[in-house]
Ligand binder design. Structure first.
Ligand code: FDA
Length: 440
């Protein structure tokens, strides 16, 4: 930590234009909420972002309609080295609080499925709402502003010196809301982690989360990229599982075959719990015990071929209602899939009555318990979020303030708290931003 006492004539009051009660770096969801909350308390606030366009991640979120919260958000929907850390912030600012804000601004929204709330028309209204909220408060927004460095003067009222290209700004409190590494194309940087390290604050290794899986071209592997590419566009309502910290984690939702591997909501969800070399298991028909089904078919429809019998497995109607999927067919296993699925394609074309039980068992297992190891994820350029980040042991769960550095706060995605897919990450950004905004 350097001291800059000799460079500027610091005032103890906030009379000077460059002096603030609080400076927030990063004008995303968390930074805006911290600014609104601090500003509402009369705090003179500066909100800085290096991007020219403010709120880009909000704009692209939810397919352009911003899934701004989840009605059912609870601490169980978050991954963190400390699973209890998020509790206090999430309790202090709940989905209903953000819904009230959205309603105050007469923004039309709807629930898509599973408590996920989306704007009816465009995410832009959320960005406009946030800008409107700060416009009546003592909050100044500076875009296209690059922060070169930050210095800290422990004993001074204006402890932080935020050094930008042309000038420095000074503040009593500093909030880092610069997000994670996901989607560098629209301005993500490692700034928050660098600042944490500079102040001796530990970082839990960041990794891409809510991200599609990739398979490589190695043709000696049973499930290679060619297999997925030739089925690209195919989707299943599936249950996908993996082990995480000795616990089985499962999600039941759609999966989608892509040109590089697997995507879809269930795959994105499980990716947050995945690490290199780890197995995932996919139940391609969670509503059917396929072994049981084949044994019954062997007795009742013995003359039929196994491929015909598999094609007769359909999605029940209530499942469509439950998932609101766009599965455009009733049959779970299409002809093409059965022909190409490595575990099925060399099946004898005999009537099922002639097939031994152990063969039926292995067919059933390959569909109800399809086990595979992705080669990689599509990385930060495609990840919706970054898991890991500022170690929660370094922060107060009540205020988000760094225990080692009074006045320094971390909020939003930069912190080691990662939500599920479905509005949970914005809820964390709003809640942690609110929590810090109340404390600064
Ligand atoms: P966020 O990344 O939003 O903001 C950080 C800000 O800091 C940015 O404005 C950036 O420009 C700025 N910044 C970075 N480095 C800087 C530096 N060095 N100097 C100054 N400024 C700097 N979640 C959800 O709940 N519902 C959804 O629908 C979606 N959809 C979605 C789609 C896609 C494609 C992505 C990539 C992500 C989502 N998410 C989501 C996740 C959600 O967008 C994300 O978790 C929040 O935006 C995180 O908010 P933060 O404010 O923490 O970071």
């Amino acid at each position: 930590m350097a001291f800059f006492l000799d460079l500027v004539d610091f005032g103890a009051t906030l009379g000077k234009v460059n002096d603030f009660d609080v400076i927030i770096i990063g004008a995303g969801a968390a930074g805006f909420m911290a600014a609104i909350t601090a500003g509402s308390r009369g705090k003179k606030t500066l909100l800085i972002d290096h991007s020219a366009k403010i709120g880009e991640k909000i704009r692209i979120s939810g397919g352009g309609r911003c899934n701004f919260t989840n009605k059912y958000a609870s601490p169980d929907n978050y991954i963190s080295s400390n699973p209890f850390f998020a509790r206090s912030a999430l309790a202090g600012y709940q989905p209903q609080d953000f819904i009230a804000l959205v309603e105050k601004h007469k923004i039309h929204f709807h629930e898509k499925k599973l408590g996920q709330l989306f704007c009816d028309f465009s995410s832009d209204v959320i960005i406009e709402m946030l800008k409107k909220e700060i416009s009546n408060l003592p909050v100044e927004l500076l875009s296209s502003t690059h922060v070169k460095d930050i210095d800290y003067r422990e004993e001074h009222n204006l402890r932080f010196d935020v050094i930008c290209q042309a000038k420095s700004f000074f503040s009593h409190s500093l909030v880092i809301a610069t997000g994670g590494l996901s989607i560098p194309q629209i301005g993500a940087t490692d700034f928050g982690y660098r600042i944490a390290k500079k102040f001796g604050i530990n970082i839990i290794d960041p990794y891409p989360a809510l991200v599609p899986f990739m398979f490589d071209d190695d043709m000696t592997k049973k499930y290679n990229r060619k297999f997925f590419a030739s089925n690209a566009g195919l989707s299943f309502y599936a249950e996908i599982s993996t082990n995480y910290k000795s616990k089985k984690i499962s999600f039941k939702e759609n999966i989608l075959f892509t040109h590089r591997g697997l995507s879809g909501p269930a795959v994105l969800q499980i990716s947050s719990y995945w690490s290199d070399g780890q197995e995932i298991t996919i139940n391609l028909a969670p509503h059917v015990d396929i072994f049981d089904y084949l044994i019954k078919a062997k007795k009742s429809d013995g003359k039929k071929k196994i491929t015909t019998i598999l094609k007769e497995i359909i999605y029940p109607e209530d499942l469509h209602a439950e998932s609101k999927t766009k599965l455009n067919r009733q049959a779970v296993f299409t002809d093409d899939f059965v022909k190409q699925f490595p575990d099925l394609k060399n099946l004898p074309d005999n009537p099922i009555a002639e097939m031994p039980e152990n063969l039926l068992k292995s067919i059933a297992n390959s569909l109800n318990k399809w086990t595979l190891v992705p080669d990689d994820t599509e990385g930060f350029s495609k990840a919706e979020v970054t898991a890991g980040g500022v170690d929660t042991n370094e922060l107060s769960s009540k205020t988000m303030e760094a225990k080692k550095v009074p006045g320094l706060y971390f909020v939003g995605e930069v912190v080691d708290v990662t939500g599920w897919l479905g509005g949970y990450n914005f809820q964390w950004a709003w809640a942690s931003g609110f929590c810090a905004g109340k404390a600064v």
